[in-house]
Design a protein around this ligand. Structure first.
Ligand SMILES: [Zn+2]
Length: 63
């Protein structure tokens, strides 16, 4: 397996990357929208919707 950023051999700690730097590079691309969807897990979206529905409609929160 090789690093998808620089194609050096992968290091287990940073898998699938070869280094922290390449992991950061990939994260930067991800945040910049190189990938279309942040999460491909539909359960995440459902949980987010459930959290919104549980919020009180008037926005008051206990301290
Ligand atoms: Zn790399």
């Amino acid at each position: 397996m090789t690093c998808p950023i620089c194609e050096k051999p992968t290091v287990a700690v940073y898998r699938p990357f070869c280094s922290r730097r390449c992991a950061d590079v990939d994260l930067g691309r991800w945040l910049n929208g190189a990938y279309a969807v942040p999460s491909t897990d539909p359960d995440d979206a459902e949980e987010a919707l459930d959290a919104l529905e549980d919020a009180p409609p008037d926005g008051t929160r206990p301290h």
